[in-house]
Design a protein around this ligand. Structure first.
Ligand SMILES: CC(C)(COP(=O)(O)OP(=O)(O)OC[C@H]1O[C@@H](n2cnc3c(N)ncnc32)[C@H](O)[C@@H]1OP(=O)(O)O)[C@@H](O)C(=O)NCCC(=O)NCCS
Length: 163
């Protein structure tokens, strides 16, 4: 069976691989999924400390991407560098709801733990809140609008607690 046609929505995807990637490798996928109406959009990512980008590949093609960097949560003066922020998560439109993003998120969280991270947060789109809640994140505070993108909320996952 051809690689591209193995999975259908809501069925498990064919085998895929997770690996660390450079920022540039995820640029096109992010542009198409996160800002479809803005062809020249560049994902703003300027870390000043530890970070990594991870991708899920199916049939050798990048189908999902996520980035993490160490960044304290707003107003957290006690942070000891073990808090990480998740950014720019995107799965290829035709590959969504096949479990790929979830596996990539788990892979990213495992990498954060390997780098001694204890907590992960993000400003996630409320349109995919079920995704974050399904992977142990809690929503904190009120939703807020990012013009042209939609409602977002703060989601936090404590990595020291088992789900
Ligand atoms: C959010 C996103 C990365 C998830 O990737 P994915 O590969 O589709 O995720 P999964 O298939 O592993 O989803 C796992 C579960 O999360 C939940 N979920 C995922 N996407 C969802 C959505 N759009 N609406 C509601 N629940 C969703 C479901 O419970 C899903 O399980 P199910 O399909 O068995 O019901 C992907 O939908 C995406 O790229 N969306 C557009 C960009 C975006 O919103 N990125 C997040 C920016 S904050």
């Amino acid at each position: 069976m051809p690689c591209e046609n193995v999975a259908t929505p809501h069925t498990p995807s064919a085998k895929f691989d997770l690996r660390l990637i450079p920022l540039e490798e995820g640029a096109d996928l992010r542009r198409r999924v996160l800002r479809p109406g803005i062809p020249g959009w560049e994902f703003p990512f300027h870390p000043t400390s530890d970070f990594f980008h991870m991708g899920a590949f199916r049939c050798g093609r990048l189908v999902s991407v996520v980035s993490f960097l160490t960044e304290p949560m707003k107003d957290d003066s006690k942070d000891e560098g073990r808090t990480w922020r998740l950014r720019g998560m995107a799965t290829e439109l035709k590959q969504q709801r096949r479990g790929i993003g979830g596996q990539l998120l788990e892979g990213g969280l495992a990498e954060v733990i390997a780098r001694n991270g204890t907590r992960v947060w993000c400003y996630g789109r409320t349109s995919v809140e079920a995704f974050y809640l399904g992977y142990g994140f809690r929503a904190l505070g009120n939703a807020f609008d990012i013009t042209g993108v939609g409602l977002h909320a703060l989601y936090v996952r404590d990595l020291t607690r088992r789900l």
